[in-house]
Design a protein around this ligand. Structure first.
Ligand SMILES: Cc1cc2nc3c(=O)[nH]c(=O)nc-3n(C[C@H](O)[C@H](O)[C@H](O)COP(=O)(O)OP(=O)(O)OC[C@H]3O[C@@H](n4cnc5c(N)ncnc54)[C@H](O)[C@@H]3O)c2cc1C
Length: 388
């Protein structure tokens, strides 16, 4: 038997770690290259918790990625013994002013996603942590739940390492140069490396590092805020599902208590938060927390009004907030998966499988391991200069 084809994975965050796991399981000789340690809290996989949901406001065409990821999250728990996903539901709450929640419910029902609509009195009885003013509508996505991003990155990388992968931490990739026989990856400390194929998952750092993509990945700054709760038992995942709520001019995401004393409240992504990944301001100012302090004061019961903990994170955004997963740099030996625009974590394991599909189509190596194919569908968008 010949040696396994080699794949370099650039950026071992959400997408890179999942790709390492799926590529190693598919029989590739995988090397992950990460500028920091794995995991870390300076990119898009920090901040302790993420929402997983299938009733998807952003479009039902994400459903193949979401349903395959749902299976893989459960596999990852089995492989790693880490509770990286808890299916405690995702609760949407609307003030009823516009029909977005009803439209999300309709699409979910059409695609057989199990959901329950809740009246304002049912919300008050079942979810008293939310302060209601009357006229609200709720939607519970029963397949939704809470992901643990740092642990998931650690678990997927660990699974890949157990399958024989190699990890190079604190190594920055400065150039990727494909040719007809392979790909040369230039690094700051380890010299040039040679692979049969490369998967680029450099998140918010993409545009300064990949100048010829033909489209821009804009880094955006997302400050996170954690507020102490009066009674932690009322906010544990089983009693306080992840939530997305629109009330008047407020629109936020709420996350259960997983540290024993706080809940996380995230504001929407504001358009004026564009930044440069390498020089992002990591200081959280009172201006940064004003929005979520208002959410806590107006929309939650039993939560203290000042954040006890804060952090600054960054993600890479495309113009239409839809990710790009495609061959890149004019070569079918280079695959990129970038621009997850503040909503990619939940689908990251399936993105790892698309990496396998695209690289296998080029290198043609099969491990003989049975694997469900994930259709890339609308997310396979060709970048300028791409050869296929
Ligand atoms: C605060 C916050 C909350 C979010 N909430 C949700 C949510 O509830 N649900 C959801 O589904 N999604 C959510 N998202 C979005 C989701 O987390 C991201 O879309 C996803 O993690 C993006 O993954 P990534 O691999 O592209 O980026 P990252 O996880 O940031 O990984 C990129 C990696 O590449 C490394 N890297 C970059 N350049 C180089 C280089 N040149 N050499 C070596 N390494 C390099 C970086 O260090 C980093 O580790 C949220 C994002 C943030 C920031």
């Amino acid at each position: 038997m010949g040696s396994k084809p080699t794949v370099g994975v650039i950026g071992v965050g959400a997408m890179g770690s999942m790709a390492m796991w799926r590529l190693a399981e598919a029989g590739f000789d995988v090397t992950g290259i990460e500028r920091y340690g794995v995991p870390h809290d300076m990119g898009a996989h920090g901040a302790e918790t993420r929402i997983y949901r299938q009733a998807y406001r952003e479009g039902a065409d994400y459903l193949p990625l979401l349903t395959r990821s749902h299976e893989l999250w459960k596999d990852l728990i089995r492989f790693s013994g880490r509770e990286v996903f808890q299916q405690n539901g995702c609760l949407y709450i609307s003030d009823g002013a516009t029909p977005w929640l009803e439209e999300t419910a309709e699409a979910a029902t059409a695609y057989k996603v199990p959901v329950t609509l809740l009246s304002d009195s049912e919300l008050a009885t079942n979810h008293p942590q939310h302060r209601l003013y009357g006229g609200e509508v709720g939607l519970l996505d029963h397949n939704g739940g809470t992901l643990r991003p740092e642990q998931a990155v650690l678990a997927a990388t660990g699974a890949a390492l157990r399958l024989g992968a190699t990890l190079m931490e604190y190594t920055v990739v400065t150039d990727v140069a494909p040719d007809s026989a392979g790909v040369t990856v230039v690094t700051d400390t380890a010299g040039p490396l040679r692979f049969d194929a490369v998967f680029i998952a450099s998140g918010a750092w993409t545009s300064p590092f990949q100048k010829d993509l033909g489209f821009e990945i804009v880094a955006q700054r997302l400050p996170g805020t954690w507020f102490p709760v009066d009674v932690p038992a009322d906010f544990v995942p089983d009693r306080f599902p992840v939530s997305i709520r629109v009330a008047g001019d407020l629109d936020y995401s709420g996350f259960p208590c997983v540290d024993g004393w706080t809940v996380k409240v995230m504001p929407p992504v504001f358009p004026d938060t564009q930044t440069i990944a390498e020089s992002v301001d990591r200081t959280v100012s009172p201006k940064d927390t004003a929005y979520t302090r208002r959410v806590v004061a107006e929309l939650l019961n039993g939560v203290s009004g000042s954040p006890a903990r804060t952090g600054v994170y960054i993600d890479g955004f495309t113009a239409d907030h839809r990710p790009v997963i495609d061959y890149s740099l004019g070569s079918n030996r280079v695959v990129g998966a970038v621009g997850f625009s503040g909503h990619g974590f939940k689908m990251s394991p399936a993105v790892g499988e698309i990496a396998v599909d695209l690289i296998e189509a080029t290198i043609g190596a099969r491990s003989g391991i049975d694997r469900t194919r994930v259709p890339g569908g609308p997310f396979l968008r060709h970048s300028e200069g791409s050869s296929k």
